[in-house]
Design a protein around this ligand. Structure first.
Ligand SMILES: NC(=O)c1ccc[n+]([C@@H]2O[C@H](COP(=O)([O-])OP(=O)(O)OC[C@H]3O[C@@H](n4cnc5c(N)ncnc54)[C@H](O)[C@@H]3O)[C@@H](O)[C@H]2O)c1
Length: 281
């Protein structure tokens, strides 16, 4: 049964919904959208950091917090209803919530039969793998289910997923995160096809390496110096450095702006200082 309700695009500024909004990367994305005059809904499970971000960004424009978990569909539905009441139907959805888990991370890069490891592949916990798949894949799936229907019925809008370098080639140690991000790139294409006739575009960005909360223990020693893994990353990044979160903004603006990218859907843009282009040799 096709729902008859039609949601008209409003003339006022666009409504942006960002999950994981209080995180290092998405808070920068949120700030940029607020500065551009859009109405920004910050959706995150961390109440304290989301309210602090709301307070800061409200000096710049229209922004409001909605405490919800991307793993809890009921909480997303409540957030979606409140956002629609406060701001109107979502125009731009950023599926930003994501992250890894120590119980899904091996201590060694390669199996060595002569070494006994406390956290080799065989000892990874099912609960850790579930956590990582749920947060990175199912979280984007459920959020898109909840927010995209009104967008598709109205016949406009843009969804951005956040993939990763791991989607192209898995990084050592993090098999679940790598597979979940590969699933996100795949899901981006699936959604792009599904919503194409509804003029709802779905694309993704694949950030390279940005120093954030999620990866700080992998990238930095307790004294702040670079870990051996960081040194490897930098040596495989032709630009020879980590990215700055603000370097994501050009691609996000481009992909979410119909006047710039109206015929682009189903792509994943790497923002990686050349990491994905370089074989290392
Ligand atoms: N940092 C990097 O180098 C990098 C590289 C590639 C991709 N990414 C991806 O970019 C996105 C943002 O990463 P980040 O580094 O800014 O992470 P971050 O850890 O700084 O922020 C993640 C945010 O998500 C929120 N969150 C966690 N679980 C949630 C849930 N169930 N519901 C709602 N919100 C939840 C957290 O509270 C936090 O505010 C993630 O999808 C991540 O996988 C990051």
């Amino acid at each position: 049964m096709v729902e008859k309700k039609v949601y008209k695009k409003e003339n006022s500024s666009e409504v942006v919904v960002i999950t994981g909004a209080a995180g290092v990367l998405c808070s920068v994305i949120a700030r940029d959208f607020v500065r551009c005059g859009k109405k920004v809904a910050l959706v995150d499970v961390n109440e304290a950091s989301t309210l602090a971000l709301e307070k800061e960004l409200s000096q710049l424009g229209t922004v409001k917090s909605y405490i919800a978990s991307v793993l809890d569909k009921e909480s997303l539905i409540i957030a979606q209803e409140n956002i629609t009441k406060d701001f109107g139907v979502c125009d731009i959805l950023i599926n930003g919530a994501g992250g890894n888990n120590v119980h899904a991370t091996t201590s060694d890069e390669i199996f060595d039969p002569n070494l006994e490891s406390d956290k080799d592949f065989f000892k990874l916990l099912e609960s850790g793998v579930d956590f990582v798949f749920d947060l990175n894949f199912k979280g984007a799936f459920l959020t898109t289910q909840v927010f995209s229907k009104q967008m598709a019925l109205r016949g406009s809008g843009s969804i951005i997923n956040i993939s990763s370098m791991n989607a192209y080639q898995p990084l050592t140690k993090i098999p679940a995160y790598s597979a979940a991000k590969a699933a996100i790139s795949n899901f981006t294409q699936w959604l792009a096809v599904y919503f194409a006739k509804a003029k709802l575009r779905v694309n993704a960005i694949a950030p390279g390496f940005f120093a954030t909360n999620q990866n700080k223990t992998l990238l930095f020693n307790p004294d702040g110096s670079l870990t051996p893994r960081s040194l490897k990353i930098i040596s495989k990044t032709p630009m020879n450095r980590f990215g700055e979160p603000s370097e994501l903004l050009g691609a996000i603006r481009f992909l979410t702006d119909d006047s710039q990218s109206s015929f682009i859907t189903g792509i994943v843009i790497p923002i990686d200082g050349g990491f994905s282009a370089y074989s290392g040799v």
